[in-house]
Design a protein. Structure first.
Length: 262
């Protein structure tokens, strides 16, 4: 991510924080705008053109999306008025605003947990990932498939995020899209997500102690996404972003075998 995009994201996210009336309709409109902009190289190029005056770029947003909610239009205008490293970064930035808006609109929904659960479903079903990630299927059909899969199993915010992301994956794999969305939601809620792999399910007290220890270590609230994998044999493996804490028996056995092999 270029420095221009980093700064543009900061300004865009501050704009979101100061905007009132954020609901799932606004989030849905932002996702739709990201799809339209991402699907037109001419439009994305015009909105991200650093040579064009910021006011002119904002007028394009009014001309194309002026019929949508004032909140969504205002947020996108703030975004296009910034300097982005590339047109693709602008599209990603609008998409991030959409994910953050969904998180704001559904504060009581376990959005992180539901996104993680769907990611695990995708990982366990290559055919499903292929169907959702294929360029051959229509975006509407992919969205409908997600709605069917999540019907009654997840909140409206989760269904919106997942169905919207799979409709325009670009060059990204579905699991990459979901993992990025999960990180954005966690950041929006000022939390860090740890993926914990253990041979058997953690008890509530074990999970609570581990979350407290990790929160103290990282200086912010840590929520746990747990995966049961008998292959670890015993102990646990914890991953937070690029940090890995591997205290599994399988890891220790692998290290012992490596030492014995010389």
């Amino acid at each position: 991510m270029g420095s221009a995009t980093t700064q543009a994201l900061e300004v865009s996210n501050r704009g979101l924080a100061s905007t009132e009336g954020i609901d799932l309709q606004v989030a849905s409109e932002l996702f739709a705008i990201a799809r339209v902009v991402g699907g037109s190289s001419h439009l994305s190029g015009a909105l991200a053109d650093p040579a064009a005056p910021a006011a002119a770029r904002a007028r394009v947003v009014d001309d194309v999306f002026g019929s949508l909610s004032p909140a969504a239009v205002s947020l996108v205008k703030t975004a296009v008025e910034q300097r982005w490293s590339s047109a693709a970064d602008l599209v990603d930035g609008i998409e991030e605003l959409a994910v953050r808006s969904a998180s704001i609109a559904a504060p009581s929904t376990d959005l992180e947990g539901e996104l993680f659960a769907f990611t695990r479903t995708i990982a366990a079903n290559p055919q499903l990932e292929l169907a959702l990630g294929s360029r051959l299927g229509s975006s509407d059909a992919k969205g409908a498939l997600v709605d069917t899969l999540l019907g009654g199993r997840a909140g409206a915010a989760t269904a919106l995020v997942v169905s919207s992301l799979v409709q325009q994956p670009g060059e990204r794999r579905v699991r990459q899209l979901l993992s990025r969305a999960l990180r954005i939601v966690s950041d929006q809620r000022n939390r860090t997500v740890a993926t914990v792999v253990s041979a058997s399910p953690l008890s509530r007290s074990q999970a609570g102690r581990l979350a407290s220890l990790l929160s103290a270590k990282y200086g912010r609230e840590v929520s746990l996404n747990t995966v049961v994998d008998p292959a670890v044999i015993g102990g646990i493996r914890v991953q937070i972003a690029d940090d890995v804490i591997d205290a599994s028996v399988a890891s220790r056995l692998a290290e012992l075998r490596h030492r014995l092999a010389g």
